[in-house]
Design a protein around this ligand. Sequence first.
Ligand SMILES: Cc1ncc(COP(=O)(O)O)c(C=O)c1O
Length: 386
Amino acid sequence: MLSCQKQLFSIPEEVSYLNCSYMSPLPEPVEFAGYQAIAKKTMPFEILPKDFFEPVAKLKLLFAELINAKEPERVAIVPSVSYGISSAANNINIKAGQNIVLIDEIFPSNYYPWHRLAMNNSAEIKIVKRPTSIENRGEIWNRQLLEAIDNQTVVVALSNVHWADGTLFDLKKVRQRANEVGALLIIDGTQSIGALPFDCEEIKPDILVCGAYKWLLGPYSMALAFFGEKFDNGVPIEESWMNRLGSENFENLTVYQNDYKPLANRYNMGENSQFIGVPMLTVALELIQGWGVGNIQDYCKNLAMPYLQDLLDMGFQIEEESFRCNHLLGLRLPNGLKLETVKNSTSQRNVFVSYRAGAMRISPHLYNEPKDFERLVEAVDLATKT
Ligand SMILES: Cc1ncc(COP(=O)(O)O)c(C=O)c1O
């Protein structure tokens, strides 16, 4: 079992940060990689043409290993999830009468590109509503999702963990159903990759996009995207010179090239060398790899479990264990308890959680320890007595 890794983070003793799903803190080795990278730019003569490409290749390899993708060149460096999803949406043909299936209250970066695609082509967006019942909600929601996919479905877009309340979607079943009707499966892994095991070989997503600044413990303004073979000949959002064959040869850049580098390389953002962000994210992925994603999930489970029961005893409600993860817990408030009261009580005690879609979202990581949950339970208990 992993031990607490608080010593690698700079979170002050008096702060209980249970909010990784909002933004992770940088582990110190990642922070230092950033400082070193900044310093390097003071000596530009030490930055060689190969430095534009080789660190990016290493980062892609690490991400490919994390998601068990066989071909690292199927990974592209993009600036955000919305960019990755838009790259997908721009390359999908859809007609009037066909549909795109989305889960309710999906994160906007995985909504607006589909909304535009549907609007431009008079297609339909089918939103699978969150069931109102608390009992068996995850199971019902998953069933209704499968039922919503029909012969007219072109895209199913979702995440494996709902960003607001941690509901798990059974991607294996969704993939199976999508295959039956020939639909694409587009996944936003921002709230799960790095903390919950994911296997590209098993799920075979057509696209998987993942922001770097949450569970990948990396910097802001970077995301990693896996593109499946259906996108091998697509049109990218921008035409970066770096994505063309032979771009490593700086003396020949104006011998313009018609061909892109293979697989997902055409979708890399311009200036994807990201001289500060790439080394930071590389160190972050190495740390995660060293810890093991399954171990991170187990750590969160063991840490949260005893305190979850306290919260349930106070009347909070949570999804059943088989339909939720352990690193992102969405608890619905008991009747009569005002959100504002809980918010004030937690913030007064330096306990950081989020409030999304009517749920209190608790998202621990390896820097958390029992003391953080004790403070949370105390703050919530006081709120219930106010
Ligand atoms: C599920 C999910 N996807 C994506 C993002 C961020 O999207 P973008 O990189 O487009 O800003 C967030 C941020 O909270 C998120 O929770």
